[in-house]
Write a protein that binds this ligand. Structure first.
Ligand SMILES: *Cc1c(COP(=O)(O)O)cnc(C)c1O
Length: 438
């Protein structure tokens, strides 16, 4: 790269993460964009090879176990194998998450199915928290059993239950924290301790890996790998993408799994489109800190408003003292400077009224918001510049059996709010008006 790099006195580590997220890697070997301020948008399904020998070398180096080849620009062959824009995004995501490597995918679900598919084979078991993102639940209950991979569900807040669920077939402990949508927390370090003790008596190839879906928190608010997870997975569709324009997913973890994941992605084919990768690389990740700081501030204001409202029965936000795991939240959810960062998701339930049940009232409230609130949109998904509201019981978590949802504290009238970047006064006014009407 340019002399500017050589002239720099401060090393990469001297800069704060907010700056890194904007400037990316010092010297990406993925692409020489010396004269570009913004990396070029690349879109090429296939790559010209100057000789058959170069083609052969490219196939040899692709997903090689050796890291020698990381030192030069990869020999690009075909988009589904490796591609520069995606490659740059992966470098930056790995750095942001505090992992050695990252492999991106077409969606969050493609990333989750890849990490589980890579770690497990016929006869293996997954131990998962009892509440999962609806499609993840569907993946491990409908599809993975076809490959002979079974999943046991336990309450991972209960470490004794975790110990009991683990057998010699267990290869993965999987969970989200904060848990979607009820926002309870799983203590990553405590799960690590349990798994570590069991792994000590196993050969490395049978070690249990901890996989954490970090989508709700984002790396800005929580870095699971530093807390003891082996892998972090993300839906880039949410806060990392940030604008709601593109889908994507990512797996971040130890370098030694890089080639396996790349080969899995090559053969199952769920690659992230370079056009989507470019948006996330250029708009999403660089603005993550700024968006999270502001969304979080708003979440605080809105959570306090809801908590004090006479029609609200229960309000869950990890940033308020009323959260039953507030101490854990303060320990586990911190930004890059170590400051408490509880995220921008809120879950709440309305009270029943004289002639109306809590769930009916919740439904009416959401419908009123959908019809009248300019600042709040009824839609699934989260982590966008627009504030989104939804009913997890009947929408995102419809795949879970009814009795289970009730048992797990997910009531039919529960409301999930994903804060965006609007002025918080307007959000509160729109919520106040809707609460007055139901
Ligand atoms: C959205 C989401 C996913 C799935 O991601 P897609 O990009 O929609 O495939 C997985 N986990 C959580 C927690 C999510 O919110």
């Amino acid at each position: 790269m340019s002399n500017k790099t050589e002239n720099r006195k401060r090393t990469k580590a001297d800069y704060r993460m907010r700056t890194h997220l904007i400037h990316g890697n010092y010297q990406s070997k993925k692409w020489d964009y010396n004269h570009h301020v913004v990396p070029p948008m690349s879109s090429s399904a296939t790559y010209r090879l100057s000789s058959a020998q170069r083609g052969a070398q490219g196939f040899f180096e692709f997903a090689s176990e050796s890291t020698d080849f990381v030192k030069h620009v990869p020999i690009y062959i075909y988009d589904r194998l490796e591609e520069p824009t995606r490659g740059m995004l992966e470098e930056n995501l790995a750095y942001a998450e505090g992992g050695e490597m990252c492999v991106t995918f077409a969606t969050g679900m493609a990333a989750i199915s890849a990490v589980l598919g890579m770690l497990c084979e016929n006869g293996h078991e997954i131990v998962a928290h009892q509440i999962l993102y609806g499609c993840t639940y569907s993946l491990v209950t409908h599809w993975l059993p076809r490959y002979g991979i079974q999943t046991k569900f336990v309450d991972l807040q209960n470490l004794e239950a975790l110990k009991k669920a683990i057998t010699h077939k267990t290869r993965v402990v999987y969970f989200e924290t904060p848990v979607n949508p009820v926002l309870s927390l799983i203590d990553i370090a405590a799960v690590r301790k349990v798994v570590e003790a069991i792994n000590q008596d196993r050969p490395p190839e049978k070690h249990i890996k901890i996989v954490v879906d970090n989508t709700f928190a984002t790396p800005y608010c929580q870095r699971p790998i530093a807390l003891g997870a082996d892998f972090s997975v993300h839906s880039l569709t949410k806060d990392i993408g940030g604008f709601g324009t593109d889908m994507g997913g990512a797996v971040i973890g130890p370098q030694k799994f890089y080639s396996q994941l790349m080969l899995y992605r090559k053969d199952f084919g769920g690659v992230l489109s370079p056009k989507n990768a470019w948006n996330i690389l250029v708009y999403g990740l660089p603005t993550l800190s700024t968006r999270m700081i502001n969304q979080q501030k708003t979440a605080h204001k809105v959570a306090r408003f809801l908590q004090e409202h006479p029609k609200v029965a229960r309000m869950v936000y990890p940033g308020l003292e009323s959260h039953p795991q507030f101490e854990l939240a303060k320990r586990q959810m911190v930004n890059y400077e170590g400051k408490f960062s509880p995220g921008a998701m809120i879950y709440f339930v309305l009270k029943s009224g004289a002639n109306i049940s809590a769930s009916e009232r919740g439904g009416k409230f959401i419908d009123y918001v959908a019809d009248h609130a300019y600042s709040i949109t009824l839609a699934v998904s989260l982590g966008q510049i627009k504030t989104l509201i939804e009913s997890p019981y009947s929408m995102t978590h419809s795949a879970l059996p009814e009795e289970e949802k009730l048992e797990l504290g997910m009531e039919p009238g529960g409301i999930r709010l994903a804060l965006g970047l609007e002025d918080w006064h307007d959000l509160i006014e729109d919520l106040r008006e809707a609460l007055e009407q139901v």
